[in-house]
Design a binder for this molecule. Structure first.
Ligand SMILES: *Cc1c(COP(=O)(O)O)cnc(C)c1O
Length: 734
């Protein structure tokens, strides 16, 4: 029997729904919603880099309306919109129950970068990704929460590599029309304009809103036509320009952010500074109070009670410092408004207020004017208390008021589609069944079982991940099949990327790219910012040994690397150059590849497809690290120094450790020792375990480690757990 055609009104309502859906980043962590845009234009999905808004521009309204007369497609759209609506309208959230006060007076979370998705590239690395994941979890939990950042027209740079294997940066201009953001309007329906004083000018700011599920994130933009040209470019690039640009960006973030919230009528209960970049917000809060007639000391004390601060790194360069000339030039307005001398203003950012040569440090300002501060792992807490003890004379190191909340990741957002389908199948069937290959018979949608939301909650539930220990829930055979599928997807992704990379610079034999990498080999991944303390090339210190491992025909090993160096970090660029050189001209050719232009999309491919996620920072400089957390739910195991999160996550059964819970004080000694221990762990534990197969070719012990990793790491290192910790420990306590 033919289906009754949809009425014109019904079609219009679905079209409107789709347009709303594309402009809320919720779709980036909902598999069904993504499949829907992909279905609309499979080629566009790839070429437009998974940009739902751009796809809706690419597909005409006529085409869309015609497509919606396909009952299967229309019902898919209808179900996704229904899920979206019930997500947005859910009143029985964790936040409504445990933090109702925040619904009226939310947490305002300030961060210089946010990483949500590859279509909105306004993050430089882990800090921004964490901010994005924090926001997504705040939305899932129904917490009263909003984000503040900058709208960088050119985002973070795109990486290419020239014929000398030297990283080059290029920027493409983002078009707001094609992004999931919308202009913030004032009461008259005109674009809202704010103003902040920088140097001798009043700089006008526009604002954009990104909808992240239930949470708004506001992005300030100095590109207002009334501003002088050099001011218009202030918010052009993530951490772009020199320290002058930096301090001006930070004035915009801190001062502009508070003013924006006031203009919107938002009265936050807590201002959360994610890293020191946002710390000028404290001075704006003091100014407001003084404008209301309060004295400086009194205003400072009240402001302090409103603010909390998270520090993210023990690396010196990660703490912004501005000298007094720059402060006087760019930020003298603070002194005027707060009725302070330049020296008194400088003192707020100094460990030793009397030291006229000490620069102004944003971390010091943030620590001085916040009611609580935290580091991002247990070890980082210890390191930070040691590092900042100088600010608390007479206080014993373990009493320095810096606590810790270990970072997490947003599980639903990082889980690859293949993996989500795999788990969804098991959840909706309620028992283990053979996998139906995707795209053939997999038509059971979880909403058909009425368990849509159940599924979304389940993957944040420790009970669900405990089930992984039970082979009746999922068999070794199925898990191994999943691992093979994910590895192949990564290898084919790498082949495609490497072909594109090669076409730019060489005239290699392109057919060869289809033979690149071995789908049966133990695949080791390393991808993160190429900051030197992360020591990307450490493993190649044992060059001859590593070559031997890759050439072992029975137990081969291969490597996939990716990562960007900061544009001004030549040492980081040399690391990239070295690794690409090895991949093209050494005996590692064919067993080592470097994928250019690392971003969220590349990260998701790698943390799902690799068997081992390698992490070898110079301890204790990796405050937490988060990329390894993204691996656990997909069955990729960690091989890592016991630094940051892994020192808490590793229990002897759920992955591999390099070295032990200590490190020598000399850097040379540490590099030597870590490189030896890395090789040792690889050859004595990782490789034997991976290649220990039973008669059916199944690596039972390896899969047991994967089960242990899933049961012990996924929910523990999720932002769902992390944001609840923030709420209970910091947001709800004054
Ligand atoms: C997760 C992630 C990071 C952070 O990785 P670390 O190992 O913590 O340094 C950086 N960049 C991108 C794109 C990521 O997805």
């Amino acid at each position: 029997m033919a289906n009754k055609p949809l009425s014109s009104e019904e079609v219009t309502s679905l079209v409107q729904g789709l347009n709303q859906l594309a402009r809320n980043l919720w779709w980036t962590w909902d598999q069904e919603a993504q499949e829907l845009f992909q279905d609309l234009s499979p080629r566009g999905w790839q070429n437009l880099y998974h940009n739902a808004v751009a796809i809706l521009h690419e597909v005409s309204e006529t085409e869309l309306r015609a497509r919606l007369q396909d009952p299967d497609f229309a019902s898919h759209v209808g179900q996704v919109l229904q899920d979206f609506k019930s997500y947005m309208g859910d009143k029985k959230t964790w936040g409504a129950k445990h933090a109702p006060a925040l619904l009226k007076n939310p947490v305002a979370y300030f961060s210089a970068e946010f990483g949500f998705h590859e279509t909105l590239p306004i993050a430089a690395g882990g800090l921004g990704i964490l901010a994005g994941d924090h926001t997504k979890a705040a939305s899932d939990l129904g917490l009263g929460f909003c984000g503040i950042s900058l709208f960088y027209r050119e985002g973070y740079f795109q990486q290419a590599v020239d014929h000398n294997n030297w990283q080059t940066e290029f920027y493409s201009r983002l078009d707001p029309k094609n992004l999931p953001i919308e202009p913030v309007m004032d009461a008259q329906g005109k674009p809202m304009v704010l103003s902040v004083r920088i140097a001798l000018s009043d700089v006008k700011l526009l604002a954009w809103r990104a909808n992240v599920g239930r949470v708004p994130v506001y992005l300030l933009d100095a590109n207002h036509p009334d501003n002088e040209l050099h001011f218009r470019d202030l918010t052009k690039r993530v951490y772009g320009g020199d320290t002058t640009t930096r301090i001006m960006q930070e004035i915009i973030l801190g001062v502009g952010g508070v003013r924006l919230l006031r203009a919107l009528g938002v009265q936050p209960s807590t201002f959360h500074m994610n890293e020191g970049h946002a710390a000028f917000l404290t001075l704006e809060l003091i100014r407001e109070k003084m404008a209301g007639g309060r004295k400086f000391d009194d205003a400072l004390a009240t402001t302090k009670a409103e603010c909390i601060f998270t520090t993210h790194t023990p690396v010196e360069a990660g703490h912004d410092r501005f000298n007094s000339e720059l402060m006087t030039y760019a930020a003298h307005d603070f002194a005027e408004q707060l009725k302070l001398s330049s020296e008194q203003l400088m003192a707020l950012g100094r460990v030793n207020p009397a030291d006229k040569h000490e620069p102004f440090c944003m971390t010091v300002l943030a620590l001085k004017i916040s009611r609580a501060a935290n580091a991002v792992s247990e070890l980082h807490g210890e390191v930070s208390r040691h590092m900042w003890q100088c600010l608390y004379p007479g206080v014993a190191q373990d009493k320095v008021p810096i606590g810790h909340i270990t970072n997490g990741v947003h599980v639903a957002g990082w889980m690859k589609g293949t993996v989500r389908r795999f788990w969804r199948k098991r959840l909706t069937n309620g028992n283990a069944q053979a996998i139906t290959p995707a795209g053939t018979g997999d038509t059971t949608r979880f909403w058909q079982t009425g368990q849509g939301h159940d599924w979304a909650n389940q993957i944040n539930s420790p009970d669900f991940w405990q089930k992984m220990l039970d082979p009746k829930f999922v068999s070794d055979e199925e898990l191994w099949a999943l691992r093979y599928k994910l590895r192949r997807e990564l290898i084919e992704f790498s082949r495609r990327r490497l072909l594109l990379q090669a076409q730019r610079v060489t005239h290699d034999d392109f057919i060869a790219f289809d033979q690149l990498l071995n789908p049966d080999a133990l695949t080791i991944g390393f991808a993160r910012r190429f900051a030197t303390y992360k020591r990307a090339p450490l493993i190649f210190q044992q060059f001859e040994n590593i070559v031997r491992l890759t050439r072992d025909t029975k137990r081969p090993v291969q490597f996939i690397f990716a990562g960007k160096a900061h544009p001004r970090d030549d040492d980081g660029k040399r690391f990239i150059q070295h690794i690409i050189h090895l991949s093209r001209f050494s005996d590692l050719k064919g067993h080592l590849v470097f994928i250019e232009n690392y971003d969220v999309h590349v990260a998701r491919q790698m943390v799902s497809g690799c068997d081992i996620w390698l992490n070898n920072p110079r301890r204790p400089l990796e405050a937490s690290g988060t990329s390894g957390m993204k691996a656990s739910c997909q069955g990729c195991l960690n091989l890592s120094i016991l630094d940051g999160w892994w020192r808490e996550g590793y229990d002897g059964t759920n992955g591999f450790a390099i070295g032990d819970d200590s490190h020598p004080s000399s850097v040379e000694e540490q590099d030597r020792l870590d490189s030896a221990n890395l090789y040792k762990a690889l050859t004595e534990q990782v490789i034997p375990c991976y290649y220990d197969r039973d008669a059916n070719g199944i690596p039972r012990a390896w899969l047991q480690k994967i089960r242990r990793a899933m049961a012990t790491l996924v929910t523990q290192f999720s932002t769902c757990r992390m944001v609840q910790d923030y709420a209970e420990k910091y947001y709800l306590t004054k």
